[in-house]
Design a protein around this ligand. Sequence first.
Ligand code: SF4
Length: 62
Amino acid sequence: MRAYVDKDTCISCETCVAICPDIFSMDDDGKAVAINADIAEDIKNEAIRSRDECPVSAIDIK
Ligand code: SF4
């Protein structure tokens, strides 16, 4: 399971970073980016909550 951010949709609110900083960070362009790795079992719930709470639905997890 990995997380993906649609940078064209992201509005740089940093909610995902606040909820799950192990997966999401803010890139040099001011948009969120997800680490390019499988989501560890112990932070899956936080990653899913980030997706669910993104105000513009810019996060996909699959
Ligand atoms: S929560 Fe959504 S809009 Fe906000 S920084 Fe993360 S990806 Fe961007």
